[in-house]
Design a binder for this molecule. Structure first.
Ligand SMILES: [Zn+2]
Length: 336
């Protein structure tokens, strides 16, 4: 009996994934829920994808679902909480820095002392800022937030001195094609060389023209610029990024639990949308209420796309080695 995977999932795993995936998988982008992270009476809206996991998406639940979706792989992760104003940012994942690595949520409102305590007491690999925290703190509309609003210079100085990782979800409507974003991404990498900037979702370049307009070659010159592939199932964009940027600095991320919903991301006329097989809203959602097709999970669609684009050796690196090395090196200080 499975608690999550369907018989169709098991078939996809058996026929398309089992023999092609490496033995170990490192998912560098997972949002987990920990005890006490949200107030007890807090509820997400009815169409929020969080409601799909109303009983909580704890590390234990992640492990259980992964054991069903990838039963023969040994799974590792980097995780953080849900970036929401109601979340208590002092609640962070419980890590072992072997299979489980973690990050703290970060608002520009947080003092360096609070940040340092949060990280060092909990042996974390870094931080996950988010544009909604910056919007509130800077009193801006979410679409007007700049990368420079998301962390303060004092926070960056501390993270640089400590040599930690920032998983950065870049803002603004044009995402990776936005010249201001491009300039600020380069400035961060240049000014804070000891921070690893793990730009999430390949700079959110979810469609072809966006990645074509991205400054990948310029960022390739900075060894501390990295990307995760969270929520990507677009082969053309993945192939383009891997051609123009060192594969040794690209890591697999899924964005679970969103990735465990049934759906697929599609490019439509220089835009992208999520085709959804379940009645939850994420970004621009196109919903299939009549169940005209049988959906797999975003998670499997991401793995399918990576397997199509990468050689077996590249797969081992993107799906495991690159992230494992980065997170082990970053957290080595906590081992002694
Ligand atoms: Zn995410």
């Amino acid at each position: 009996m499975t608690t999550f995977a369907t018989s169709d999932d098991c078939k996809v795993y058996r026929e398309e994934l089992r023999n092609r995936l490496p033995a170990r998988i490192f998912d560098a982008h997972v949002h987990i829920r920990s005890d006490g992270d949200f107030p007890p009476d807090f509820q997400f809206p009815a169409d929020s994808y969080h409601r799909r996991f109303d009983n909580g998406f704890t590390l234990a639940r992640w492990r259980e679902i992964m054991a069903e979706l990838l039963p023969q792989q040994e799974c590792f992760l980097n995780c953080f909480g849900t970036p929401h104003q109601a979340a208590n940012r002092d609640v962070v994942p419980a890590v072992d820095n072997h299979h489980v690595f973690g990050m703290a949520l970060l608002s520009p409102a947080d003092s360096v002392d609070a940040l340092q305590t949060r990280i060092e007491k909990n042996r974390l690999a870094g931080v996950k800022p988010y544009l909604n925290f910056a919007a509130t703190h800077c009193n801006k509309a979410p679409n007007d937030v700049e990368i420079a609003d998301m962390l303060t210079p004092a926070q960056l100085e501390y993270l640089n001195a400590a040599g930690l990782i920032i998983t950065l979800h870049i803002p603004r409507a044009r995402r990776f094609a936005d010249p201001l974003n491009q300039r600020q991404m380069v400035e961060l990498c240049r000014n804070y060389p000891r921070i690893t900037f793990l730009f999430a979702h390949i700079g959110r370049a979810y469609y072809r023209q966006n990645i074509l307009d991205a400054n990948l070659e310029e960022l390739a010159d900075y060894p501390n610029a990295w990307f995760d592939t969270a929520m990507f199932n677009h082969q053309v964009v993945l192939a383009n990024a891997c051609e123009r940027f060192p594969i040794s600095r690209i890591v697999f991320g899924s964005d679970a639990p969103i990735a465990f919903l049934r759906g697929k991301s599609v490019e439509i006329n220089n835009q992208y949308a999520y085709l959804m097989g379940e009645p939850y809203r994420i970004g621009t959602t196109l919903y299939d209420p009549q169940c005209t097709v049988t959906f797999s999970t975003f998670f499997y669609e991401q793995l399918r796309a990576l397997l199509d684009v990468l050689s077996p050796e590249e797969c081992e690196n993107v799906l495991f080695n690159n992230a494992y090395k980065l997170f082990r090196n970053t957290t080595a200080r906590y081992l002694s």
